[in-house]
Design a protein around this ligand. Structure first.
Ligand code: ASP
Length: 437
C-alpha cells in the first residue's frame, strides 16, 4: 500500500539523549519516504549508563519483593523529564510517570511496565516530529500461545493508512484480551520488521550506533572490513554464530515479503551501512564473513556396527530432547554419533544425560567433551566452487590449529569447524586472512 515508503527503527543509543533525538529528526526530515518510525526506549548514554528498559524491570522486581523502588524510578523520571524539557515538548510527562508509579505499586505485569519505555519514548518522538502516534497495543497482537498473530498486519494497515508520518513504539503489542505483552529483549527490531511488512515498505532501515556489519569480530580481527551487501540466508548463518547486529526473529517478516533491510549509523548517517537482500550479485569475494563462539560441549557416542541398527539417531536425539536440551549439530561416523550442544543448554544436566544414553543406547563408549569453539565461514560465493574447503583447512593447518569437527550444510554457503577453545581466536584470524587478504 505505502509503496515508496521506508520504515525506520531507531535503537536505544539513537534516542539516549536530546542530541540523539535531534539527529533522528534530521534523518527523518531528509527523506520524505521515511514515514513510519519505530523507536526503542532510551538506551545507554555512555558505557556505564543503564538502559531505561533495565531500570523499568528493576522497579518491577523491587515492587514484587515489596521493596522501595524510588531510586531506579527517580532515575527514569529524571531522564524523561530532561528529554521533554530539552526538546521543548508539551507532553505531561509528570502525569504519565505518576501513573506509571501507581501501576508499578499496583502490581502491573513486568511486560506492561517494560513496554512503557518505548511507549513514552514514542510519545516524545511523535511530539518532536509532529507525527501521529499509534499505540502498538492496539495494532500488534499475540496469540494465546504467546506467538505473534499475523492478524496484526491487517490491523496495522488499517491504522497506518493515511499519507502522514507515524510513530509506532517498538518491543510490545497485546494479547487477545488486550494485556500488553513484549517481544524478547531487543524486540523493537521485530516491531520494525512487522510494520515494514504491513505497510509494504520498499526498505526497512535499522538505525543503530555502528555503520553496519563487519566481516569478522573486530576484537579478534581489528582491521575487519565492512560488509556492504549480504543475503538473508547469509546473515542468518552468521547471526546464529554470534554476529549480532539484528534480532534473530526480525528477519522473518521482511524476508517473506522480500523487503531489504539496511543497517545504518545514526551518528554517521552518510555511511552506507550494510544492506540485507533476498539475493545479491556475487563479487570476487568468496566469503561474506566469519563468526563463531566458544563454550560448546560434544556428546560422543561409539557403538560397534551402529550403522546397521535402525533408529539409533532418533533414540539419541529423543534422550537429548527429554532433558530439555536443544542441540546444534550431529556429526556422524560409521560407528559414532556426536551431538554438539551449547554449554548453557547442558547446564548441570551432563551426568543424567550420559546415564540415560548408557541405559537406552548401550554404547561401547560415551563421553562428554567440553571446551569446543565453533566457527562458521559463510558466503553464497562459496557454493559450487572448487577448492574452498582446501583453502580453509590449509589456513588452519598453517596456523597450527587442530580441527575437531567439520560440518558443511548441503546449501554449501556455510562451513562450520569445531576447534579447541584455546585455538578459537587464532582460527578465526587464519580463516579471515585466507579468504579476505
Ligand atoms: N528496549 C527493549 C530492550 O532493551 C527493546 C529494544 O530495545 O529493542 O530490550
Amino acid at each position: 500500500m505505502a509503496s515508496g515508503s521506508i520504515v525506520c527503527k531507531f535503537g536505544g543509543t539513537s534516542l539516549a539523549n536530546a542530541d540523539q533525538f535531534r539527529k533522528v529528526k534530521q534523518i527523518i526530515g531528509s527523506d520524505v519516504r521515511r514515514r513510519f518510525v519505530v523507536p526503542s526506549a532510551p538506551g545507554k548514554r555512555n558505557p556505564e549508563d543503564t538502559k531505561i528498559t533495565d531500570l523499568l524491570y528493576l522497579c518491577c522486581e523491587l515492587a514484587r519483593e515489596k521493596l522501595d523502588f524510588s531510586e531506579p524510578y527517580g532515575r527514569i523520571r529524571a531522564r524523561y523529564r530532561e528529554l521533554v524539557e530539552a526538546l521543548g515538548l508539551g507532553l505531561d510527562i509528570d502525569g504519565l510517570l505518576d501513573q506509571l508509579r501507581e501501576d508499578i505499586r499496583g502490581g502491573a505485569s513486568s511486560d506492561f511496565v517494560a513496554s512503557r519505555g518505548e511507549y513514552l519514548c514514542g510519545q516524545m518522538l511523535a511530539g518532536l516530529l509532529g507525527a501521529a502516534f499509534v499505540d502498538a497495543a492496539e495494532a500488534i497482537r499475540f496469540r494465546l500461545d504467546g506467538r505473534f498473530d499475523p492478524v496484526s498486519y491487517g490491523l496495522l494497515e488499517g491504522r497506518l493508512g493515511g499519507d502522514g508520518l507515524y510513530v509506532i513504539p517498538g518491543f510490545y503489542g497485546a494479547d487477545s484480551e488486550g494485556q500488553v505483552k513484549t517481544f524478547s529483549r531487543g524486540g523493537s527490531d521485530v516491531t520494525g520488521a512487522i510494520v515494514a511488512r504491513a505497510v509494504g515498505a520498499d526498505l526497512y532501515e535499522n538505525w543503530t550506533d555502528v555503520s553496519g556489519m563487519l566481516m569478522a569480530d573486530p576484537r579478534l580481527v581489528p582491521d575487519a572490513r565492512p560488509v556492504r551487501e549480504i543475503t538473508y540466508r547469509e546473515i542468518r548463518e552468521l547471526s546464529y554464530m554470534g554476529a549480532d547486529v539484528f534480532h534473530d526473529e526480525a528477519m522473518f517478516p521482511v524476508r517473506e515479503a522480500r523487503i531489504p533491510i539496511q543497517i545504518r549509523n545514526t551518528n554517521r548517517p552518510d555511511d552506507p551501512g550494510t544492506l540485507i537482500l533476498p539475493e545479491r550479485e556475487l563479487t570476487d569475494e568468496l566469503i561474506v564473513g566469519v563468526a563463531g563462539r566458544p563454550h560448546f560441549t560434544m556428546l560422543y557416542i561409539e557403538k560397534a556396527l551402529m550403522n546397521q541398527e535402525k533408529g539409533v539417531g532418533r533414540r539419541i536425539l529423543e534422550v537429548v530432547a527429554s532433558h530439555d536440551i536443544s542441540y546444534e549439530h550431529t556429526p556422524t561416523g560409521i560407528d559414532t554419533v556426536s551431538v554438539i550442544m551449547k554449554d548453557e543448554e547442558l547446564d548441570g544436566k551432563g551426568e543424567a544425560l550420559l546415564n540415560d544414553i548408557r541405559r537406552i543406547l548401550e554404547p561401547d563408549r560415551t563421553e562428554l567433551i567440553p571446551g569446543l569453539a565453533l566457527i562458521a565461514t559463510v558466503g553464497e560465493g562459496m557454493s559450487h566452487r572448487v577448492g574452498i574447503a582446501a583453502r580453509l583447512f590449509v589456513a588452519l593447518a598453517d596456523a597450527g590449529v587442530n580441527v575437531r569437527v567439520i560440518d558443511q550444510g548441503s546449501s554449501e554457503i556455510n562451513i562450520i569447524v569445531g576447534v579447541e577453545e584455546e585455538d578459537y581466536e587464532r582460527a578465526v584470524q587464519a580463516i579471515y586472512r585466507a579468504f579476505v587478504e
